[in-house]
Design a protein around this ligand. Structure first.
Ligand code: ADP
Ligand code: ZN
Ligand code: ZN
Length: 681
């Protein structure tokens, strides 16, 4: 007898959003079984979603194509996993096939049954449980947090200062879990690939090599498959990874930790634009697992969830040991000579550090030498011919580079418009910072009279494979006195010798049209401050410097006192008054076209179709507008914001809108996508 099974296969993003395809099978196949099936002229890997109910399939089983072969040696993916994928696809408005297939390791999709059998044989019998774990005696705050995690359902927001021992709390929570339930599994998410090796080392040290696997996009396909199988087969106790790991198959998941939960990297910025943090919350509830979000500067979404009693906040304000948070020094740039890049007091403080053999970290969120090159005689600027943006001047190789499309040219000898040879950089980037510091500190001497060593770390300096690791190693080894860089240098690293951190020009975030800019700046500055004074012996000398034209701004007032709650309260008041997230829910429809008119025409048609759709009476649809950087690589971009105070209404509306959007046929439209809970609008 032939049965009909419904199989989720790789499908384009917007085709029939949630429908699995029907196939015939000789054998009953459990939902979650991986199968190879024909699709058009190809053979693809799919996941059995369910068995078609009697009379449900369009075609009788004998008219359907057949499943080619199940990967029967592999246990099926769990019901909870399928539910997570279904939820993510629906919530973020993508096809089930796209989300399901992207959630599986690429190599798994290519294996046939024989290859898989060989893999599994190599994977061996499960290893022994974790070695008897040890760790330092807990601080009182850590012990309290752990007691709450043990006793209460959560979700928890571990609000702990940088260096307060949050990671130790995750380690102990996992330890307590495995003592109770040796076969249980835990998932630990981190925002950045570069943070995984450090964290992995700590987990391996505690639980042994065999218990811990990593999942992130920096791994080779065979490595990823190996980790995935170890998790899926229940051999790995702990999975560490970046946002993609939220979809790992973990049949015995009991605990989820999301470190630095405020970090924007948890939001996927292409394809299915999911938030791994939000999916972690959903998944934990679904599977009855506990979930701990950790941060020194929580997202205002999570913070307000605590205020409303939805999450339980656990506070750890003190640094472990005698480590103190650095003193914050705010330099009023209105009192400095015009065009000052480094104020005198800041420079003096850096010199002191160099003389004592301590390190300084100075950051500016702009790479390159200067963001624009301009002619002094006419109005020529280094515009990109393909984008509505300026090309950045890189002095190191004398190029103009577009940071949007990559278009690169040698710097012209003279102004291309008028021939004037006097073309000059406008504004500053990290290259210029490094150059000027080298001049200003030319006579500075470290212990023993050696000259000061300055290094730069940004996306340019770390492009080559292994360069980042090498530069970090140099900093850790004390071979650098002053490290200049973009925000890349501020995240997570456990630097031990830094006693001064400085933000030389953070003000632009105060004037940004992006309502989340102050939140991000505050988090960045607090994280940066967290790099200093991690060593108790040096804590007293540690300082965070901020150069600003707005020293009275509430943000800097709160920063002075390391007072995140005060900052959050002020921001949430503003957001509430303006009915902004987290008091409202948003989605953005973006369109790209050959012309701006085409992109906007699509959006306008979408807006015109909105009235009368499900949920639309509770949803506000704004007018289409060009995106901030309107043209990238000769593609015109526009967007339209939809907003509601009700998440269910917004979700109902988006679901009803989707088929309307798919029906639009507009000449010259290149693509479109919906971004639910966008981080940047
Ligand atoms: P966070 O994740 O909050 O930045 P970590 O967990 O990395 O903090 O802890 C900061 C430092 O303090 C680490 O070097 C860690 O090994 C150490 N540490 C954490 N908890 C304790 C403790 N209870 N006793 C001694 N040292 C600790
Ligand atoms: Zn000119
Ligand atoms: Zn460009």
């Amino acid at each position: 007898m032939r049965l009909t099974v419904r199989v989720v296969v790789p499908t384009p993003a917007h085709s029939t959003l949630s429908e699995p395809l029907s196939y015939a099978s000789e054998l009953p196949l459990a939902p979650g079984t991986l199968v190879r099936v024909p699709l058009g002229r190809r053979e693809v890997c799919g996941v059995v979603w369910d068995e078609a109910a009697e009379g449900e399939a369009d075609l009788a089983p004998d008219q359907l194509k057949s499943v080619i072969a199940p990967l029967a040696q592999l246990p099926p993916l769990s019901e909870a996993w399928r539910q997570l994928v279904t939820f993510a696809a629906n919530y973020y408005q993508r096809s089930l096939g796209e989300v399901a297939v992207a959630a599986l390791p690429p190599q798994l999709r290519e294996l046939d049954a024989a290859q898989l059998a060989r893999r599994l044989k190599r994977a061996g019998p499960p290893g022994e449980g974790p070695a008897a774990p040890k760790g330092p005696p807990l601080t009182a705050e850590q012990a309290q947090a752990l007691a709450a995690i043990d006793a209460e359902p959560g979700p928890f927001l571990l609000f702990g200062a940088t260096g307060s021992g949050k990671t130790e709390v995750y380690l102990r929570a996992v330890q307590a879990l495995l003592q109770r339930e040796p076969q249980a599994q835990a998932l630990v998410l981190v925002p950045e690939i570069n943070l995984t090796p450090q964290l992995q080392a700590r987990f391996v040290e505690r639980f042994g090599e065999a218990s811990v696997v990593a999942i992130h996009s920096g791994m080779t396909n065979p490595q990823r498959l190996r980790s995935w199988l170890a998790a899926h087969l229940g051999q790995a106790r702990i999975v560490l990874g970046t946002r993609m790991a939220v979809f790992a198959s973990l049949p015995a998941l009991r605990l989820v930790a999301v470190d630095e939960e405020h970090d924007p990297s948890y939001k996927q910025q292409e394809g299915a634009r999911y938030s791994a943090r939000d999916l972690a919350i959903y998944r934990a509830r679904l599977e009855g697992a506990k979930v701990v979000l950790g941060s020194a500067t929580p997202s205002l979404e999570s913070w307000s969830a605590c205020e409303r009693g939805r999450y339980r906040r656990l506070d750890m304000p003190a640094r472990v040991g005698a480590g103190a948070l650095p003193r914050v020094r705010v330099v009023n740039m209105n009192h400095q000579p015009r065009n000052t890049l480094f104020s005198e007091p800041l420079l003096a403080a850096v010199r002191e550090r160099i003389a004592r053999g301590e390190q300084s970290l100075i950051f500016l969120n702009r790479r390159g030498y200067s963001p624009v090159l301009a002619c002094g005689a006419c109005d020529w600027r280094s515009e990109c011919p393909n984008c509505s943006a300026f090309r950045v001047f890189h002095k190191i190789d004398r190029t103009l580079r577009c940071h949007h499309c990559g278009y690169t040219e040698r710097v012209p000898r003279a102004c291309p418009a008028c021939g004037n040879v006097d073309i000059a950089p406008l504004g500053r980037g990290t290259e210029q910072l490094e150059e000027q510091l080298a001049q200003l500190l030319a006579d500075a001497q470290g212990p023993g009279g050696r000259p000061a060593r300055i290094a730069r770390m940004d996306a340019d300096s770390t492009k080559a494979k292994g360069a980042l690791e090498q530069q970090l190693a140099q900093v850790h080894a004390g071979e650098v006195d002053v490290l200049v860089g973009t925000q890349m240098v501020t995240k997570g690293h456990d630097f031990r010798r830094i006693t001064l951190v400085a933000a030389v020009n953070p003000d632009s975030a105060l004037y940004s049209s992006d309502f989340r800019a102050p939140e991000r700046l505050f988090a960045l500055l607090m994280q940066a401050a967290g790099r200093a004074g991690r060593d108790a012996a040096q804590a007293a000398a540690s300082e965070m410097w901020v150069q600003t034209w707005n020293p009275e701004h509430a943000l800097f007032m709160a920063l002075r006192k390391h007072d995140f709650p005060a900052f959050a309260e002020q921001q949430l008041k503003e957001r509430q008054a303006a009915a902004m997230p987290p008091f409202a829910f948003q989605a953005v429809l973006r369109a790209e076209g050959r012309t701006q008119e085409v992109a906007q025409q699509f959006l306008q048609a979408a807006a015109d179709a909105a009235p009368g759709l499900d949920g639309s009476s509770h949803v506000f649809v704004y007018a289409p507008v060009p995106m901030t950087v309107q043209r990238v690589a000769n593609v015109e971009r526009a967007q339209l914001l939809v907003e509601s105070t009700s998440r269910p209404a917004l979700q109902a509306f988006l679901a009803a809108w989707q088929p309307v959007l798919q029906e639009q046929r507009i000449r010259g439209l290149i693509r479109w996508a919906v971004d639910v809970d966008p981080l940047v609008i």
